[in-house]
Design a protein around this ligand. Structure first.
Ligand SMILES: Nc1ncnc2c1ncn2[C@@H]1O[C@H](COP(=O)(O)OP(=O)(O)OP(=O)(O)O)[C@@H](O)[C@H]1O
Ligand SMILES: [Mg+2]
Length: 459
């Protein structure tokens, strides 16, 4: 469903505002008004406006300045500038500053409405572009391909449009936080704030005031009123991360807030209504915690209205492959200079056979590290963390090392001996190649070079 455009009319002359606002409302638009550039900016920063119809000459901040200020905030709100015939030049200046179009006063109703239809189309394209850009730049959630994640993606799109509480479960690093944000971004609440809070990282005695706010003087150190996260997230989404860490007495208060849609600041008598969407996440088994008595059953049911489980990466080999490519591209772009990172066959194999206990986060880190270590952009086993590299093709063990290369020449045999000594030193140093190099009295890079030359796939 398309929502009607939200329009802001800015003019210092009340009569013009009144006529324009009336016309636009009759045409079905949602309209706000401001009598100065300063007031307009304040409204615009809240982020709900699609189109600004703005007079160019105003005392204080004029139309051009307003356009500039909004652009400086990185907002792409469209501006339609109103100008008197005599100051068309200024209107052109406004266009240079980033306005979409201008109209010469006196305005004709059909003209205004026609341009708004055009601008509606531009906004739709902007939205589409934004989505595409997010995918290309790798911000937000990269689209995954495994059947499990595709089903999950569809669920997310559906639940995003509702106000249901969502509980996201999954091992650490599977993407719970990014998916929580994705739900908010796909929801009608996207213009308001998404506020993440890690329930495990706030000291217990501060949690209540962090959540619900406090009044000045409520306790020692409360030297001013504090709003609290629920109120901060009003109209938006509050993401309660690590919900399993919430102490029992706060679980009671949270349940109360969720059931009544109201909160009471510490030290206040009054309850305040809130309109907040809750998403919670945990890598704990809440059900087991309920049986153990460490998580309240009633809160569990209240949170578990709609639950999403993100399976571990090792159960989604298709995603592992696309994510590997995604992170390679992302790191190539970061390196710049036209570098395109590639994986050696052994490195790819190792990445695919490793079981990723730290899931997507561990994969992302491993490839970021490899991008830094690799010298020529071709990532080999030696650029991967030891635990991952160890999953590469294992060198045949227990075999006479001098025969490995299949050649009997003295030089080859000596080289094989050398490699075997290096591998032994690495093993004795518990995989620490730097230390192994030190023990052997050679430089780290020559250690790598020797391993590379001998095509030793396993480190
Ligand atoms: N689909 C995805 N596309 C791109 N990046 C992803 C995706 N899923 C996860 N990531 C990346 O993996 C990392 C871990 O994701 P996230 O922080 O959401 O995991 P989590 O499940 O919340 O972990 P924790 O339990 O430790 O809080 C992040 O850097 C995130 O950018
Ligand atoms: Mg997280």
């Amino acid at each position: 469903m398309e929502s009607p455009l939200q329009i802001l009319v800015v003019d210092d002359e009340p009569a013009i505002r009144q006529v324009l606002v009336g016309t636009l409302r009759k045409a079905g638009y949602t309209v706000e008004q401001a009598s100065s550039g300063e007031d307009a900016l304040e409204i615009l920063l809240k982020g709900a406006v699609d189109v600004v119809i703005c007079d160019i000459r105003m005392p204080g901040m004029d139309g051009i300045e307003l356009v500039k200020r909004v652009r400086a905030q990185g907002m792409d709100t469209l501006f339609l500038i109103m100008t008197a015939f005599a100051s068309v030049n200024t209107a052109i200046e406004a266009m240079r500053a980033g306005a979409y179009d201008y109209m010469i006063k006196p305005l004709r109703k059909e003209d205004v409405l026609h341009r708004l239809v055009q601008m509606g189309n531009v906004i739709r394209l902007q939205d589409e572009n934004r989505t595409l850009r997010q995918i290309i730049r790798g911000h937000g959630v990269f689209p995954l391909v495994s059947p499990a994640m595709q089903r999950l993606e569809r669920q997310i799109q559906k639940v995003a449009r509702t106000d249901h509480t969502v509980l996201i479960t999954g091992e650490s690093g599977t993407g719970k936080s990014v998916h929580a944000k994705a739900i908010h971004d796909a929801s009608p609440r996207t213009a308001a704030l998404f506020i993440p809070v890690n329930c495990g990282s706030i000291p217990e005695q501060l949690l209540e005031s962090e959540f619900f706010g406090h009044m000045k003087g409520a306790f020692t150190g409360a030297d001013r009123n504090k709003k609290g996260l629920f109120l901060e997230a009003d109209q938006g989404t509050l993401f309660l991360d690590e919900i399993g860490e919430l102490p029992l007495h706060l679980q009671v208060k949270l349940l109360h807030a969720l059931e009544q849609n109201q909160v009471r600041a510490v030290g206040s008598e009054q309850f305040r209504k809130i309109d907040v969407r809750i998403i919670a996440a945990t890598n704990k088994n809440l059900k087991a915690m309920v049986s153990e008595g460490t998580f309240r059953e009633d809160l569990y049911f209240r949170l578990n209205v709609f639950s999403i489980h993100i399976p571990p990466l090792r159960e989604r080999p298709q995603d592992l492959e696309v994510l590997m490519d995604h992170f390679l591209q992302k790191n190539s772009a970061k390196l710049g200079g036209g570098v395109i990172l590639t994986l050696s066959t052994e490195a790819r194999e190792a990445l695919l056979s490793y079981d990723w206990p730290g899931n997507t986060r561990e994969l992302e880190n491993a490839l970021e590290r490899a991008a830094i270590l690799t010298e020529d952009g071709h990532i080999g086993l030696e650029d991967l963390p030891d635990s991952v590299a160890a999953c590469g093709t294992a060198a045949p063990r227990g075999e006479d090392p001098t025969l490995r290369a299949g050649s009997k020449s003295l030089r080859d045999r000596m080289r094989n001996m050398e490699i075997e000594l290096i591998l032994q030193a690495i093993e004795e140093a518990d995989g620490d190649r730097k230390q192994a190099a030190r023990e052997l009295g050679i430089g780290l890079s020559s250690l790598y070079r020797k391993l590379e030359q001998a095509q030793v796939p396993r480190l």
